[in-house]
Ligand binder design. Structure first.
Ligand code: FE2
Length: 309
């Protein structure tokens, strides 16, 4: 499909309790590439196959969680168009100046009714993936460090007003609803999976009373075997694992959920079906949410519903 608006989740800024312990975790266990540090003390990372300067930023704080999630849009004209759409819809936006985040252009920031700060931006320095653009090798040695995911793939956010959030993403930002889980009474969506391209999801939300919570940021692996290898590396490093390795019913993706040293959940993810915008939404009833979460075990793990940062 032609992608002419929002392209992908481009960065997440996540709070950690101990910066250097977290740098060691994200660099040496998850295997991200450290690409910079700024005057605010933030540390910037990218996955080995990403071309932009960074996709994951951490800053030290006394509480874990997510500061904001940023989406890369096609160009400045689309940034202006999407900001105008948000304003026309009644959502206040602010412009964060270019350079406030390293190697990143002007960002449009707004707050969702779920309490999450979302950004759109059109410019970030392309540093490449270490592989030449002419006659490229299929991977670089950067992949062979730690778990080594390919890219930041998506995030699942918990907060109130999911129905309103769905309308903003589908009516203003050009996303479409790929899958959903109904509430127990079947009258509303308890959780939604939204795509802006042909990925099974670029962002997901679940209804939760407390605003602005992070359920997980997800990192894409290249195969199911690589997900299992990620589990080996988690165990070698005594990383606390939440769920998996297993396969989701929702999205069909293979997964492990685990926690970083600050209690921010992350996911190593592979697969999923490839939807198009004209596909009909797939629906899970709440009584089958256990299958949706963990298809082989058919188990609605308590931590999935209650533990967020
Ligand atoms: Fe996920």
């Amino acid at each position: 499909m032609a992608m002419t608006g929002v392209l992908r989740p481009g960065h997440a800024q996540v709070r950690v309790l101990d910066l250097e312990e977290s740098v060691r975790f994200y660099r040496d266990v998850l295997g991200l590439v450290e690409t910079g540090r700024d005057a605010q003390g933030r540390v910037y990372f990218k996955c080995w196959d990403e071309r932009d300067h960074h996709s994951y930023v951490i800053r030290e704080s006394d509480r874990a969680g997510i500061d904001f999630l940023g989406f890369r849009v096609l160009d400045k004209a689309n940034l202006d168009r999407l900001e105008a759409g948000l304003k026309a819809y009644g959502i206040a936006t602010e412009r964060i100046p270019a350079g406030e985040m390293l190697e990143t252009g002007e960002r449009v920031r707004f707050t969702l009714p779920s309490g999450h700060a979302i950004e759109l931006y059109a410019e970030k320095t392309k540093v490449g993936n270490g592989i030449p653009l002419i006659n490229p090798a299929p991977w670089s040695l950067q992949r062979e460090h730690g778990i080594g995911p390919v890219r930041l793939d998506h995030a699942l956010l918990y907060g109130p007003n999911v129905a309103e959030v769905q309308k903003i993403f589908t009516e203003v930002l050009g996303f479409y609803l790929v899958e959903r889980v109904l509430t127990p009474d079947g009258n509303a969506n308890a959780a939604i999976w939204l795509s802006c391209g042909q990925k099974v999801h670029d962002i997901a939300f679940a209804e939760y009373p407390e605003p602005g919570k992070l359920h997980h940021c997800s990192f894409l692996m290249e195969s199911w075997e690589q997900v299992l290898r990620a589990g080996d590396i988690m165990s070698m490093n005594t990383v606390p694992v939440d769920i998996g390795p297993t396969r989701h019913g929702v999205t069909r993706g293979c997964t492990i959920y685990a926690w970083d040293p600050s209690g921010n959940r992350f996911e190593t993810f592979f697969g999923g079906h490839l939807p198009y915008p004209d596909y009909e939404t797939m629906t899970w009833t709440f009584d089958n949410f256990g299958q949706g979460l963990d298809y082989p075990q058919r188990k609605l793990h308590e931590t999935f519903l209650t533990v967020v940062s």
